[in-house]
Design a protein around this ligand. Structure first.
Ligand code: SAM
Ligand code: GLN
Length: 297
Protein backbone atom coordinates (compact mmCIF):
# COMPACT_ATOMS: atom_id res chain seq x y z
CA UNK A 1 0.00 0.00 0.00
CA UNK A 2 1.39 3.39 -0.93
CA UNK A 3 1.72 6.15 1.57
CA UNK A 4 -1.34 7.96 0.35
CA UNK A 5 -3.43 4.83 0.51
CA UNK A 6 -2.17 3.92 3.95
CA UNK A 7 -3.20 7.34 5.10
CA UNK A 8 -6.41 7.81 3.21
CA UNK A 9 -7.20 4.73 1.09
CA UNK A 10 -9.74 2.95 3.24
CA UNK A 11 -10.71 5.97 5.18
CA UNK A 12 -14.10 7.53 5.33
CA UNK A 13 -14.51 11.06 4.11
CA UNK A 14 -16.59 13.70 5.87
CA UNK A 15 -19.33 13.21 3.29
CA UNK A 16 -19.40 9.46 4.02
CA UNK A 17 -19.95 10.11 7.72
CA UNK A 18 -22.61 12.66 6.89
CA UNK A 19 -24.47 10.08 4.85
CA UNK A 20 -23.95 7.18 7.25
CA UNK A 21 -25.17 9.21 10.23
CA UNK A 22 -28.14 10.67 8.41
CA UNK A 23 -29.34 7.22 7.32
CA UNK A 24 -28.96 5.80 10.84
CA UNK A 25 -30.85 8.64 12.49
CA UNK A 26 -33.54 8.55 9.83
CA UNK A 27 -34.00 4.80 10.31
CA UNK A 28 -34.09 5.38 14.07
CA UNK A 29 -36.96 7.85 13.69
CA UNK A 30 -35.01 10.92 14.83
CA UNK A 31 -36.50 14.15 13.44
CA UNK A 32 -34.31 16.30 11.18
CA UNK A 33 -31.63 13.61 10.84
CA UNK A 34 -29.35 15.52 8.51
CA UNK A 35 -29.36 18.68 10.58
CA UNK A 36 -28.52 16.63 13.67
CA UNK A 37 -25.59 15.03 11.90
CA UNK A 38 -24.35 18.36 10.61
CA UNK A 39 -24.30 19.75 14.15
CA UNK A 40 -22.54 16.67 15.53
CA UNK A 41 -19.94 16.66 12.77
CA UNK A 42 -19.27 20.36 12.86
CA UNK A 43 -18.84 20.17 16.63
CA UNK A 44 -16.50 17.17 16.34
CA UNK A 45 -14.42 18.70 13.55
CA UNK A 46 -14.53 22.19 15.12
CA UNK A 47 -15.86 23.73 11.92
CA UNK A 48 -18.89 25.86 11.38
CA UNK A 49 -21.83 23.97 9.92
CA UNK A 50 -21.65 25.87 6.61
CA UNK A 51 -17.91 25.20 6.38
CA UNK A 52 -18.62 21.49 6.16
CA UNK A 53 -20.05 22.10 2.73
CA UNK A 54 -17.41 24.52 1.55
CA UNK A 55 -14.24 22.54 1.65
CA UNK A 56 -14.57 19.71 4.16
CA UNK A 57 -16.80 17.19 2.41
CA UNK A 58 -14.12 15.32 0.48
CA UNK A 59 -11.57 15.36 3.26
CA UNK A 60 -10.65 12.04 4.83
CA UNK A 61 -11.34 11.58 8.55
CA UNK A 62 -9.19 9.65 11.01
CA UNK A 63 -10.29 6.62 12.99
CA UNK A 64 -10.60 8.62 16.19
CA UNK A 65 -13.15 10.93 14.59
CA UNK A 66 -15.04 7.97 13.14
CA UNK A 67 -15.19 6.21 16.51
CA UNK A 68 -16.31 9.35 18.32
CA UNK A 69 -18.85 10.16 15.63
CA UNK A 70 -20.41 6.70 15.73
CA UNK A 71 -20.65 6.81 19.52
CA UNK A 72 -22.47 10.15 19.29
CA UNK A 73 -24.87 8.79 16.70
CA UNK A 74 -25.65 5.85 18.99
CA UNK A 75 -26.38 8.22 21.86
CA UNK A 76 -28.60 10.37 19.65
CA UNK A 77 -30.47 7.20 18.61
CA UNK A 78 -31.22 6.68 22.33
CA UNK A 79 -32.85 10.15 22.15
CA UNK A 80 -30.19 11.94 24.17
CA UNK A 81 -30.68 15.64 23.27
CA UNK A 82 -28.35 16.98 20.61
CA UNK A 83 -27.27 19.90 22.82
CA UNK A 84 -25.97 17.54 25.52
CA UNK A 85 -23.96 15.71 22.86
CA UNK A 86 -22.35 18.86 21.51
CA UNK A 87 -22.26 20.56 24.94
CA UNK A 88 -23.49 23.83 23.51
CA UNK A 89 -26.52 25.80 22.44
CA UNK A 90 -27.66 29.27 21.52
CA UNK A 91 -30.07 31.56 23.36
CA UNK A 92 -30.89 35.17 22.40
CA UNK A 93 -28.17 34.80 19.72
CA UNK A 94 -25.52 34.16 22.40
CA UNK A 95 -23.49 30.97 22.94
CA UNK A 96 -24.04 28.81 26.05
CA UNK A 97 -22.39 25.67 27.34
CA UNK A 98 -24.85 23.07 28.58
CA UNK A 99 -24.48 19.81 30.49
CA UNK A 100 -27.08 17.29 31.68
CA UNK A 101 -27.11 19.20 35.00
CA UNK A 102 -29.10 22.01 33.39
CA UNK A 103 -32.22 22.41 31.31
CA UNK A 104 -31.52 23.18 27.66
CA UNK A 105 -32.72 26.77 27.14
CA UNK A 106 -36.00 26.93 25.20
CA UNK A 107 -37.06 29.35 22.49
CA UNK A 108 -40.18 30.19 24.57
CA UNK A 109 -37.96 31.62 27.26
CA UNK A 110 -36.71 34.27 24.83
CA UNK A 111 -40.22 35.78 25.16
CA UNK A 112 -39.63 36.17 28.89
CA UNK A 113 -36.25 37.79 28.27
CA UNK A 114 -37.51 40.10 25.52
CA UNK A 115 -40.34 41.47 27.62
CA UNK A 116 -38.03 41.92 30.59
CA UNK A 117 -35.53 43.77 28.36
CA UNK A 118 -38.27 46.05 27.08
CA UNK A 119 -39.27 46.99 30.61
CA UNK A 120 -35.74 48.00 31.65
CA UNK A 121 -35.47 51.79 31.44
CA UNK A 122 -32.61 52.80 29.12
CA UNK A 123 -29.42 53.86 30.91
CA UNK A 124 -30.94 53.34 34.35
CA UNK A 125 -28.86 51.07 36.62
CA UNK A 126 -31.31 48.59 38.08
CA UNK A 127 -30.98 45.40 40.14
CA UNK A 128 -32.44 42.13 38.95
CA UNK A 129 -32.83 38.74 40.66
CA UNK A 130 -33.00 35.62 38.44
CA UNK A 131 -34.38 32.59 40.29
CA UNK A 132 -33.44 29.12 38.94
CA UNK A 133 -30.80 30.39 36.56
CA UNK A 134 -29.70 26.99 35.19
CA UNK A 135 -26.92 27.58 32.64
CA UNK A 136 -27.39 31.32 33.24
CA UNK A 137 -29.14 32.02 29.95
CA UNK A 138 -31.69 34.55 31.26
CA UNK A 139 -29.30 36.50 33.51
CA UNK A 140 -26.51 36.52 30.94
CA UNK A 141 -28.77 37.71 28.10
CA UNK A 142 -30.18 40.51 30.25
CA UNK A 143 -26.65 41.56 31.22
CA UNK A 144 -25.41 41.41 27.62
CA UNK A 145 -28.25 43.45 26.13
CA UNK A 146 -28.45 45.92 29.06
CA UNK A 147 -24.88 46.59 30.23
CA UNK A 148 -26.08 48.92 32.97
CA UNK A 149 -27.97 46.27 34.97
CA UNK A 150 -26.67 44.35 37.97
CA UNK A 151 -27.92 40.85 38.49
CA UNK A 152 -28.00 38.23 41.22
CA UNK A 153 -28.65 34.78 39.79
CA UNK A 154 -29.48 31.82 42.01
CA UNK A 155 -29.97 28.09 41.60
CA UNK A 156 -30.26 25.22 44.05
CA UNK A 157 -27.93 23.08 41.90
CA UNK A 158 -24.22 23.83 42.48
CA UNK A 159 -23.34 22.35 39.08
CA UNK A 160 -25.73 24.79 37.38
CA UNK A 161 -24.09 27.71 39.18
CA UNK A 162 -20.62 26.51 38.20
CA UNK A 163 -21.67 26.29 34.56
CA UNK A 164 -23.51 29.62 34.65
CA UNK A 165 -20.33 31.32 35.91
CA UNK A 166 -18.43 29.80 33.02
CA UNK A 167 -21.08 31.01 30.57
CA UNK A 168 -20.93 34.51 32.04
CA UNK A 169 -17.18 34.57 31.32
CA UNK A 170 -17.68 33.26 27.79
CA UNK A 171 -20.16 36.09 27.21
CA UNK A 172 -17.99 38.64 29.05
CA UNK A 173 -20.66 39.72 31.53
CA UNK A 174 -19.19 38.16 34.68
CA UNK A 175 -18.69 41.56 36.31
CA UNK A 176 -22.43 42.28 36.11
CA UNK A 177 -23.68 39.06 37.71
CA UNK A 178 -23.28 37.53 41.17
CA UNK A 179 -24.08 33.82 41.20
CA UNK A 180 -25.31 32.08 44.34
CA UNK A 181 -26.31 28.56 45.29
CA UNK A 182 -29.64 29.11 47.03
CA UNK A 183 -32.92 27.26 47.58
CA UNK A 184 -35.96 29.41 46.88
CA UNK A 185 -38.08 26.96 48.88
CA UNK A 186 -35.79 27.28 51.90
CA UNK A 187 -36.90 29.30 54.91
CA UNK A 188 -33.85 31.56 54.90
CA UNK A 189 -34.11 32.48 51.19
CA UNK A 190 -35.11 36.12 51.66
CA UNK A 191 -32.58 36.67 54.46
CA UNK A 192 -29.65 36.00 52.08
CA UNK A 193 -30.07 39.26 50.22
CA UNK A 194 -28.89 42.50 51.71
CA UNK A 195 -30.83 44.79 49.41
CA UNK A 196 -34.02 44.75 47.37
CA UNK A 197 -34.45 44.28 43.63
CA UNK A 198 -36.18 46.33 40.93
CA UNK A 199 -37.05 43.21 38.92
CA UNK A 200 -37.37 39.51 39.65
CA UNK A 201 -37.38 37.14 36.70
CA UNK A 202 -37.82 33.38 36.72
CA UNK A 203 -38.50 30.38 34.55
CA UNK A 204 -39.16 27.98 37.40
CA UNK A 205 -39.83 24.24 37.16
CA UNK A 206 -43.55 24.02 36.28
CA UNK A 207 -44.42 20.54 35.06
CA UNK A 208 -47.16 18.94 37.19
CA UNK A 209 -46.79 15.40 38.51
CA UNK A 210 -49.45 14.12 36.16
CA UNK A 211 -47.89 15.72 33.12
CA UNK A 212 -44.33 14.63 33.82
CA UNK A 213 -44.94 11.07 32.59
CA UNK A 214 -46.30 12.42 29.30
CA UNK A 215 -43.15 14.39 28.42
CA UNK A 216 -41.09 13.14 25.49
CA UNK A 217 -38.24 10.74 26.42
CA UNK A 218 -35.72 13.34 25.31
CA UNK A 219 -36.92 15.62 28.08
CA UNK A 220 -38.11 13.17 30.76
CA UNK A 221 -35.17 10.84 30.67
CA UNK A 222 -32.32 13.21 29.95
CA UNK A 223 -33.05 16.66 31.32
CA UNK A 224 -32.79 17.18 35.10
CA UNK A 225 -36.09 16.43 36.87
CA UNK A 226 -35.23 19.14 39.39
CA UNK A 227 -35.43 21.71 36.57
CA UNK A 228 -38.87 20.50 35.44
CA UNK A 229 -40.97 19.25 38.34
CA UNK A 230 -43.17 21.92 39.88
CA UNK A 231 -44.91 19.71 42.45
CA UNK A 232 -48.43 18.29 42.45
CA UNK A 233 -50.11 20.91 40.22
CA UNK A 234 -46.88 22.37 38.79
CA UNK A 235 -47.32 25.69 40.58
CA UNK A 236 -45.31 25.19 43.77
CA UNK A 237 -42.57 27.54 42.56
CA UNK A 238 -44.89 30.22 41.20
CA UNK A 239 -46.63 30.40 44.60
CA UNK A 240 -43.38 30.50 46.50
CA UNK A 241 -41.77 33.06 44.17
CA UNK A 242 -44.83 35.33 44.35
CA UNK A 243 -44.61 35.16 48.13
CA UNK A 244 -40.88 35.81 48.50
CA UNK A 245 -40.64 38.44 45.82
CA UNK A 246 -43.36 40.60 47.28
CA UNK A 247 -40.75 41.02 50.05
CA UNK A 248 -37.69 41.18 47.81
CA UNK A 249 -38.93 43.77 45.31
CA UNK A 250 -38.67 47.52 45.85
CA UNK A 251 -41.96 49.42 45.82
CA UNK A 252 -43.10 49.49 42.17
CA UNK A 253 -40.79 46.58 41.38
CA UNK A 254 -41.84 44.05 38.76
CA UNK A 255 -41.97 40.24 38.63
CA UNK A 256 -41.72 38.31 35.33
CA UNK A 257 -42.65 34.62 35.40
CA UNK A 258 -42.66 31.99 32.66
CA UNK A 259 -45.67 29.67 32.91
CA UNK A 260 -46.80 26.35 31.39
CA UNK A 261 -49.28 26.34 28.50
CA UNK A 262 -52.34 26.02 30.77
CA UNK A 263 -51.15 27.94 33.83
CA UNK A 264 -51.58 31.61 32.95
CA UNK A 265 -54.99 32.11 34.65
CA UNK A 266 -53.90 30.39 37.83
CA UNK A 267 -50.62 32.27 38.04
CA UNK A 268 -52.44 35.58 37.50
CA UNK A 269 -54.66 34.64 40.44
CA UNK A 270 -51.61 33.76 42.56
CA UNK A 271 -50.04 37.16 41.83
CA UNK A 272 -53.27 38.97 42.66
CA UNK A 273 -53.52 37.16 46.00
CA UNK A 274 -49.91 38.07 46.81
CA UNK A 275 -50.68 41.76 46.34
CA UNK A 276 -49.39 42.36 42.82
CA UNK A 277 -51.18 44.80 40.50
CA UNK A 278 -50.91 45.75 36.79
CA UNK A 279 -50.93 42.03 36.08
CA UNK A 280 -50.39 41.31 32.39
CA UNK A 281 -49.55 38.36 30.17
CA UNK A 282 -47.46 37.91 27.03
CA UNK A 283 -47.94 35.25 24.41
CA UNK A 284 -45.31 33.01 22.83
CA UNK A 285 -44.93 32.40 19.08
CA UNK A 286 -47.58 29.67 19.26
CA UNK A 287 -50.07 32.18 20.74
CA UNK A 288 -49.93 30.64 24.23
CA UNK A 289 -49.83 32.95 27.26
CA UNK A 290 -46.25 32.23 28.32
CA UNK A 291 -45.29 35.09 30.61
CA UNK A 292 -47.19 36.57 33.52
CA UNK A 293 -45.98 39.83 35.01
CA UNK A 294 -47.08 42.02 37.89
CA UNK A 295 -45.95 44.99 39.95
CA UNK A 296 -45.77 45.24 43.76
CA UNK A 297 -47.04 48.27 45.62
N1 SAM B 1 -33.29 29.66 33.76
C1 SAM B 1 -33.05 28.48 32.92
C2 SAM B 1 -33.87 28.61 31.64
O1 SAM B 1 -34.79 29.43 31.63
O2 SAM B 1 -33.63 27.89 30.68
C3 SAM B 1 -33.38 27.18 33.64
C4 SAM B 1 -34.81 27.07 34.07
S1 SAM B 1 -35.26 25.47 34.69
C5 SAM B 1 -36.93 25.37 34.12
C6 SAM B 1 -35.50 25.73 36.44
C7 SAM B 1 -34.23 25.89 37.28
O3 SAM B 1 -34.61 26.02 38.66
C8 SAM B 1 -33.25 24.74 37.22
O4 SAM B 1 -31.98 25.19 36.89
C9 SAM B 1 -33.25 24.15 38.63
O5 SAM B 1 -31.99 23.64 39.07
C10 SAM B 1 -33.66 25.35 39.46
N2 SAM B 1 -34.31 24.99 40.74
C11 SAM B 1 -35.04 23.90 41.02
N3 SAM B 1 -35.44 23.91 42.31
C12 SAM B 1 -34.93 25.05 42.84
C13 SAM B 1 -34.97 25.61 44.16
N4 SAM B 1 -35.63 25.00 45.14
N5 SAM B 1 -34.32 26.78 44.37
C14 SAM B 1 -33.65 27.39 43.38
N6 SAM B 1 -33.58 26.90 42.13
C15 SAM B 1 -34.20 25.75 41.85
N1 GLN C 1 -40.53 24.23 28.70
C1 GLN C 1 -40.09 23.03 29.38
C2 GLN C 1 -40.66 21.82 28.69
O1 GLN C 1 -41.28 21.97 27.68
C3 GLN C 1 -40.47 23.10 30.84
C4 GLN C 1 -39.63 24.12 31.51
C5 GLN C 1 -40.07 24.39 32.91
O2 GLN C 1 -40.53 23.55 33.68
N2 GLN C 1 -39.90 25.60 33.24
O3 GLN C 1 -40.45 20.70 29.06
Amino acid sequence: MGNWQRQFGSQLRVVDLLQEGTTKLQDGGIAEPRLNVEWLLSNLLRKRRAELYIDELEKPTNSEVVTKFRALIERRLQQEPLQYLTGETEFMSLPFKVTPAVLIPRLDTEILVEHTLQAIPPEKAIKILDIGTGCGNIAISLAHYRPQVEIVAVDVAPEAIRLAKENAKINKVEKQIRFLVADVLGEDFVAQFDSKFDFVVSNPPYISEKEFSTLPIEVRQFEPAIALQGGDDGLTFHRRIAMVTSELLTSGGQLFLEVGYNQSQMVQRILKKSGFYSIRTFRDLAGIERVVTGVVS
